[in-house]
Each structure stands twice: as C-alpha cells, then as structure tokens.
Design a protein around this ligand. Structure first.
Ligand SMILES: NC(=O)N[C@@H](O)C(=O)O
Ligand code: NI
Length: 164
C-alpha cells in the first residue's frame, strides 16, 4: 500500500499538471473599472479540443470525504482542460499524475488547497475526481463539451491511500 500525504498546493509544484488559480502578486494584475477592481489576469490555459468543442461552465456540489481514503483510479480528459474554483472558500484535495498512456505509482502526487485556490488540469493530465474536504463544497467548473469521448478512467498501478 502506497500512502500519500497531501502537500500544500503551490504553482511551482503543480506546474507539470496544470495551473493554480489564486489572488497573489505572482500573476499579472492591473486595475480596471476606474480603479474599483483589480484584475488578476489570464491565470489558466483553457484547452478546448476536438469536433464541435465548446467551453462550458458548471457548478459541482461535492460531498466531503473523510480522509485518509483509498484510491482506486484516476481519470483524464483528453480533449480539454478542467478547472475547479471553490465558491465558498472550501479546501479540497488534488491527486494527479502526468499525462501519458500509463500511470506510474512513483509519479502520483497529492496536494491540498488552502480554500482560496483553484486548479486547472491540463488536457490529458490524470487526476482523481473532486475530493472535497471538511463540508459539502460548491465549485465552479470550466471544462469542455463536444463530440467524442472526453473522460478516460485508469486503475492505479497499486493500492494507494491519501491523507490530507
Ligand atoms: N465527471 C466529472 O465531470 N467530474 C470529474 O471530471 C472530476 O474531475 O471531478
Ligand atoms: Ni475530471
């Protein structure tokens, strides 16, 4: 059994898997609306691939998990990115592995957000479906609709657990 402990999410650590969305001085920002609003600009790469592809916006209301939990599988979206942003400041756990045809146990990583962070999985990046913590969480989701399959599931190469 491989035990993962979720690390605090940072842009650097998550870079191989996608983008972190958060207000900080690391991204380009500038005042708009006559100075009433600060725009934290262009934080994530929305990838929309394939026939009749279009970006869609949804809300996921996710039941919390009691950690540690056993992980059986990861999924990927080959035709588009998928972004999750908490609406009410909820933390969540992110389990990822690099894009590619096989998942190696040594490449699986776990992160925990701080409630003010979102993630954007790049197309093809393996990830576990939403793992909400603490309470029922609402998340704004930006991903892809269109023709063809956009969700592959793959069993993990060995039993794994993740703790927050
Ligand atoms: N199935 C679905 O829309 N959600 C998953 O892709 C997920 O990453 O939670
Ligand atoms: Ni997904």
């Amino acid at each position: 059994m491989l035990t993962l402990t979720a690390a605090p999410l940072t842009r650097e650590a998550f870079a191989p898997f996608g983008d972190v969305i958060q207000v900080d001085d690391r991204v380009e920002s500038f005042p708009i609306n006559g100075g009433n609003t600060q725009r934290y600009h262009d934080q994530a790469q929305v990838q929309i691939l394939g026939d009749n592809a279009r970006p869609i916006i949804s809300i996921f209301r996710s039941q919390p998990y009691r950690f540690p939990i056993s992980l059986e599988l990861l999924e990927r979206h080959p035709q588009g990115s998928q972004a999750f942003m908490p609406i009410n400041g909820d933390r969540f756990v992110v389990v990822v592995a690099p894009a590619g045809e096989c998942i190696r146990a040594e490449d699986v990583r776990a992160f925990v957000t701080n409630g003010q962070q979102g993630v954007n999985f790049h197309a093809g990046v393996w990830h576990h479906p939403m793992l909400a913590l603490d309470r029922v969480g609402d998340f704004l989701v930006v991903d892809r609709a269109g023709d063809g399959n956009n969700c592959d599931e793959r069993d993990l190469p060995c039993p794994m657990t993740v703790s927050d």
